[in-house]
Design a protein around this ligand. Structure first.
Ligand SMILES: [Zn+2]
Ligand SMILES: [Zn+2]
Length: 882
């Protein structure tokens, strides 16, 4: 018997179509409605909402062959790929679904008829298992189908009971197995379908979604029970092609052949090499469909899985002795096989090939650096006549260059050398100890080390472009910078999860705020940051209950703050584009800050912007807002993006893949930030300031949306108030204020004249106190509360009035000054031969507890005892008298 896989797929779908099922094309491997899931890993995932009753479809029966990816978790361990006869990172799941239509009996009847009538499988080869308590299913297999009782196995909950989660829909299932006959090697007493001796191959699982399970574990019957079934196409191919290993089915032949041709290795000659050839074929399949569905290699989240698969495949290629990038060739073979069933990957062939090739090239470069180091070391060892590579070096190759130990060992064994295995292991454990110490340490460096360590293991994927909410397990928890198992109310903490809708501060956009909650507690998130690429830290405080490592939490971004930030970010892009249009493309971005309340944009430009330029920029931005152009987001290579005219900021680091955000034809920019759906969402953009911040760098601050409106309204209110005070309307203010200023100038002039006249009068009064001492006119007066400048003017005035004479003015600065005294002395030119102002004031100042001095014609001094001013004046007269 030989039925090609593509015919199995076709016949399965047609069978169910002819029995009232809608053929639903495979959904993307990226789940679009389930943020808790990294990849679609079963045929029911795209129907989840329908099965939960949250979504109604125009049909109640469906069938599909769904692309599935399993790369981690309980379902798959990458190390078994190529060794296990039936595990793959990519597979197809055939399935039929009933949404409240037929149930148990219908599902069993269809399955049996399809396998034995349509596919002509001998009934004797089949056995089934049912859930121990599911008498209905057991009875129908026995009485409805006529299967002998000994072929119906009743198994426990862990084998034959299915649930969507801890709560929600669940139910018993019934599995159909091929029985290959008990091998001599089986040691089990019972050897039922749960035995792993190789006797059984599960080909179909029929899930009877029958109950709803609540938080206490109580099961209540669902009003409309549903059916979800799944059978791996690869396993079916084994059955209908009479082979025991899925790699021997036609699905894998083209990629396996390609891998053998490139490497010159033939399957069946060396067990370890067989594994590598199979890994190449397996990983090429998952890479084809992952990249085909838009998941590109990157350093975080889903993209990181792609990169890991690619590098893993590449290392196996190196192990096979392939020197050049080759995975894209195997990918080509995969598309040859699968392109007919999945035309979208056939269409994207060139893109998928080139992405795979580019990433592999880069990886091989790193690898070749490592090989070079290894080569140097080998030379050195041979020179010393040694044959064992020290453990720390093996570890360095592993840690820094991603060189697996077995690869190093392999290179060495070809040269008659070996590695120091225990040395490698102790270097590895030292590294772990260092990492643990770093966890415990304190200070910035220790925290940075903690973050780095976390980033290596806990890449967070970001789902916040389209969603503000997600559910995800807590993968790390820091309290006060130290790793912790749990945190309680009042603790300031940092949380890491698998997938988050929170945008971490980067590219100028501030981090999101919001809340993280589980059934047990709640955290207010005050900031979100990305201390290391790929690692997202939610920083905040536990405001209720407790939060613990492993808790499944609901993450919710505060929508208003995010939306305000989004408007400002999109506004920044429009502003940037308008600046370039009005000032020229030399107006390059130097920095930006985008928060919920405002935006700030620094750019290179030599001169202050004129009001007209600012107006033109504002007009342009607001015209673009008015046309309401939809935002378009695309991922592409950096080169492609720059070629397409996207604005890149040259000081910013970009990965190979960039996100390009554009609005209409006017703004296209490389950006990882969150954006409005259309330019119109910005609402309004108003520049509120423009200033120079460094040589050749200007800064603009602007507001958008309601923020801009509020700002304008505030300005308007201030104008109204001023107008009211002036009893006029805002439009009249300029001329009104002009007139007021003119009036003020006139009044000031009059006031000055009056002051001068008044001072003259006061001086005239004081002239009454002039004494004649030995034919010299001498005047010592006290004028409190005047400053040094007024004192100097006064001295000049008295000298003029006296014509010839000696004068001293003393002033108390008042109690609040602490009794401070100012003194100034003046001598007219004709008398400087006999009286020196400087000498006089030095002596007088001593009386008020101070000192000072100056020229013969003018001198000033200070003191700090105002109570002695009269005494000082008497001392002055006495000094002049001699
Ligand atoms: Zn067994
Ligand atoms: Zn941006």
């Amino acid at each position: 018997m030989f039925v090609p896989a593509r015919e199995i797929r076709e016949r399965f779908l047609r069978y169910f179509e002819s029995r009232g099922h809608r053929i639903v094309p495979s959904a993307s491997v990226v789940p679009d409605s389930d943020p808790t899931l990294m990849f679609v890993n079963a045929g029911m995932v795209p129907f989840k909402r329908t099965l939960l009753g949250e979504e109604v479809r125009p049909y109640s029966r469906a069938t599909s062959s769904q692309k599935c990816i399993r790369v981690s978790g309980k379902h798959n361990d990458l190390e078994v790929i190529g060794r296990s006869p039936r595990h793959h990172t990519f597979f197809e799941m055939l399935g039929n679904f009933s949404f409240g239509d037929y149930f148990k009996e219908g599902a069993i009847d269809f399955a049996w008829e399809l396998l034995t009538q349509e596919m002509k499988l001998a009934p004797e080869r089949l056995a089934v298992s049912v859930f121990r308590e599911d008498d209905e299913a057991a009875a129908h297999w026995e009485n409805g189908i006529g299967l002998p009782q000994e072929k119906i196995y009743r198994l426990d909950e862990d084998e034959n009971f299915w649930s969507m989660g801890d709560t929600g829909p669940c139910g018993p299932c019934s599995e159909i197995h091929i029985d290959y006959g008990r091998p001599d090697t089986c040691t089990s007493e019972i050897c039922d379908p749960s035995c792993d001796c190789g006797r059984w191959l599960e080909i179909w699982n029929l899930v009877f979604m029958q109950f709803n399970r609540d938080a206490e574990g109580h099961r209540t019957p669902l009003p409309k029970p549903s059916i979800d079934t799944g059978g791996g196409l690869e396993r079916w191919a084994c059955v209908f092609q009479d082979v025991r290993n899925t790699f021997d089915t036609d699905l894998f032949q083209l990629p396996l052949e390609r891998a053998q041709t490139i490497s010159g290795v033939n399957l069946g000659e060396d067990e370890e090499k067989d594994v590598s050839v199979r890994v190449l074929a397996d990983h090429a399949r998952s890479l084809t469909f992952l990249i085909g569905d838009g998941v590109l290699p990157s350093s975080a989240g889903r993209g990181y899985v792609v990169r890991r698969l690619l590098r893993r495949a590449s290392r196996h290629a190196v192990f096979l002795g392939i020197q050049e990038p080759c995975i894209h060739e195997v990918v080509d073979a995969v598309i040859d096989e699968m392109g007919a069933a999945f035309p979208d990957v056939a269409e994207r062939r060139d893109f998928i090939r080139s992405r795979v090739r580019r990433d592999e090239e880069r990886f091989l470069e790193t690898l070749s650096k490592g090989l070079q180091i290894l080569e140097d070391e080998i030379q050195e060892l041979s020179a010393k006549g040694e044959t064992v590579l020290p453990g720390p070096l093996v570890f360095k190759l592993y840690d820094t260059f991603g060189f697996p130990m077995d690869l190093t060992a392999d290179v060495l064994s070809g040269r008659g050398m070996s590695i120091d295995q225990s040395g490698f292991e102790s270097a590895m454990s030292e590294q772990k100890t260092r990492a643990r110490a770093a966890w415990r340490g304190s200070g910035d460096e220790a925290v940075a080390a903690v973050y780095q360590r976390m980033a290596n293991d806990l890449a967070t994927s970001f789902c916040g472009y389209h969603s503000l909410e997600a559910e995800s397990p807590v993968t790390a928890l820091l309290v006060g910078g130290h790793p912790a198992e749990s945190a309680g109310q009042g603790d300031s903490i940092e949380i890491v999860v698998e997938e988050t809708p929170f945008y971490a501060e980067s590219g100028g956009q501030v981090g999101d705020l919001g809340s993280i909650a589980s059934a047990k507690g709640r955290v207010d998130v005050e900031d979100t940051l990305k201390p290391v690429e790929g690692l997202v830290i939610h920083r905040g405080k536990v405001v209720e209950g407790t939060i613990a490592l492993g808790d499944v939490v609901q993450l919710a971004v505060a929508p208003e703050t995010r939306q305000a930030t989004v408007r400002n970010h999109s506004g920044t892009h429009l502003l940037h584009a308008a600046l370039r249009e009005v000032l020229g493309s030399q107006a390059a971005q130097k920095g930006s800050l985008v928060g919920p309340d405002r935006l700030r944009f620094d750019f290179t430009h030599d001169t202050p912007l004129t009001p007209l330029e600012i107006e033109r920029i504002e007009d342009l931005v607001n015209e673009w807002i008015e046309v309401n152009a939809a935002a378009q987001t695309r991922e592409m290579s950096y080169d492609q993006a720059v070629k397409s005219g996207a604005i890149a900021i040259f000081e910013e680091k970009y990965g190979d893949d960039v996100r390009v955000v554009s609005f209409g034809t006017f703004s296209t920019e490389l950006c990882g930030g969150t954006h409005a759906a259309a330019s119109g969402d910005v609402g309004l953009l108003k520049i509120i300031s423009e200033q120079g911040i460094a040589s050749g760098v200007r800064r603009i601050e602007a507001l958008t949306g309601l923020g801009a409106l509020r700002h304008i309204r505030k300005q308007e209110r201030a104008l109204d108030e001023v107008a009211q005070l002036l009893k006029t309307v805002p439009a009249e203010l300029p001329s009104r204020v002009g007139r007021l200023l003119e009036e003020r100038r006139v009044l000031q002039r009059e006031l000055d004249q009056l002051k001068r006249a008044q001072a003259g009068e006061a001086a005239g009064d004081l002239m009454q106190q002039v004494r004649e001492i030995g034919g010299t006119k001498v005047l010592g007066v006290r004028v409190d509360g005047i400053d040094a400048e007024a004192m100097r003017t006064m001295i000049d005035d008295f000298r003029n009035r006296l014509g010839s004479g000696v004068v001293l003015v003393a002033s108390s600065l008042g109690e609040e000054s602490g009794g401070k005294v100012l003194l100034a002395a003046g001598v007219t030119k004709d008398l400087v031969g006999s009286h020196k102002a400087g000498d006089l004031i030095r002596d007088v100042a001593k009386v008020v507890g101070g000192g000072g001095g100056g020229r013969p014609d003018f001198a000033q001094a200070g003191g700090n005892d105002a109570s002695k001013i009269d005494e000082a004046l008497e001392r002055f007269y006495a000094l002049v008298e001699g």
